[in-house]
Design a protein around this ligand. Sequence first.
Ligand SMILES: *[C@@H]1O[C@H](CO)[C@@H](O)[C@H](O)[C@H]1NC(C)=O
Ligand SMILES: *[C@@H]1O[C@H](CO)[C@@H](O)[C@H](O)[C@H]1NC(C)=O
Ligand SMILES: *[C@@H]1O[C@H](CO)[C@@H](O)[C@H](O)[C@H]1NC(C)=O
Length: 534
Amino acid sequence: MAERLHNIPLLFLVLAAAVYGTDLPRPLFKSPLRAQDTEPAPGAAVRLQDSDPGLKRVLQFAEDRYNRGSNAMHLRRVSRLISASKQVVKGIRYSVTVELSNTQCKKSAMLRSCDFDPEPHRLKTEVCLFEVWDIPWESSSTLLKQKCEPKVDPEIEETNRILDSTEQVEEVESMKLLGQFKEFMVKYNKDYSTQEEVDRRLKIFHGNLKTAEKLQSLDQGSAEYGVTKFSDLTVEEFRSLYLNPMLSQWTQHRQMKMAPPAAQPAPDSWDWREHGAVSPVKNQGACGSCWAFSVIGNIEGQWFLKNGSLIALSEQELVDCDGLDKACRGGLPSNAYEAIEKLGGLETENDYSYTGHKQKCDFTSLKVAAYINSSVEIEKDEKEIAAYLAEHGPVSVALNAFAMQFYRRGVSHPLKIFCNPWMIDHAVLMVGYGNRNSVPFWAIKNSWGEDYGEKGYYYLYRGSNACGINKMASSASFVTSKIWFRQVGEIDLNLLSDNVTGYKAQTCGQRGSGRLRNADRESTNCKGHWKSRQ
Ligand SMILES: *[C@@H]1O[C@H](CO)[C@@H](O)[C@H](O)[C@H]1NC(C)=O
Ligand SMILES: *[C@@H]1O[C@H](CO)[C@@H](O)[C@H](O)[C@H]1NC(C)=O
Ligand SMILES: *[C@@H]1O[C@H](CO)[C@@H](O)[C@H](O)[C@H]1NC(C)=O
């Protein structure tokens, strides 16, 4: 990437001069794509010099049309001319292949004065073929064809540098697609029973890559979308196998008690993985049991903070024994907490291990390793959720997971049209938050295995209620009292702690206010505290 990018200033100069400046007597650099000095047959397509006067106008026209038709936030400009040819057909038919990249200007700005985005990863360079039919004597230009794809890897590009006909573009595209599909099949161990199935999956794979491209070009964060282990599933299949239809009725869910407001504002960042409250990433398999994983993750954290030991607890117990929910066909965290209270606790993952399908309930109270007494709902406000999380441990949340099927890494910030905040369909565990290159994020533990996203985690933009992340935050607690104490000033939480938060906050051995102060958190003296309380 970097190696190719350093060409841009030079190319940009050439193009800027060619498009907007005076004619150049000769190209500034020797183009490997320049026409040979042989005389072309009449009517045949001829390769063009960079300084061809018609080419400038055509590039400008193509750029304008491209920007008018794209949904991208920023203006995009030609960053490199790959090849160009023209053919005389009742006017001139131009065929140009160029690279277009993001400028720093929003769409409303003037195209002429926009520099390219200095951040290579934000250039989002595309290779585009434009065919323009120009009739100079009628001052008319028509865009016959526009075909764009994200710029491919340098190795692949080197061998296919000269793309000057549609067929070649298409051939390269389908070869590239096949290569990606094969790689996908090997990486994720895919095995299709018939040739028809292979063809069908390839078609779906192709469609999904297009969706991923769209998400990519419109993402407002730093996420990378593309091939994932779900790339051969239609959106509907993905939904029914991995998501949770019951969550769409979240507005009707059982009313839970509201959590007391956090005692202190949220620190700038917090990550419970650094404090031992988060078990390794699990895998729900092709079963819509995310609700169980989300709630169990929360209780593992709560139990860790109460008891001092991190124990992997059983999701299968909920799949089998929680009659309020629908096992692999979805569930609601609010129901799950209630079911756990009624059952009398949870067995460990070891004692009651995950199978990914509903079985007869095999729970025994003799093996209970953790319990809860109640649950609370957290205010639908991201700042409040952050403060609650920092104070009380990982939080069960739900969101619209459309973009997650295509997510690979980075901070995902899909446009609302891809991520309707009212259509919640997946429950996960929020374990921390912070800023990555000044993009605020939530760190979200998912239950699709470690080979999903960033080692099993999904990072979502924080601060715009993206994908409805604020809609359904909840936590188990160990408090049964119906009366919540709102902390005012310097109340001695020693007397209230069990009633207020479920765990007695202590700072390095001393009992103190409801949450560790930042200074205490950062002090190395306090590190051991989280693991060995009392
Ligand atoms: C933690 O829980 C275990 C049982 O799971 C119990 O034996 C132990 O005493 C508890 N420790 C604390 C500090 O509560
Ligand atoms: C919480 O639940 C456990 C297990 O059901 C129970 O033994 C305990 O007494 C309860 N605690 C309170 C404060 O109600
Ligand atoms: C909870 O609060 C009540 C009222 O202040 C108090 O009497 C009780 O001892 C508290 N319970 C615990 C477990 O601290």
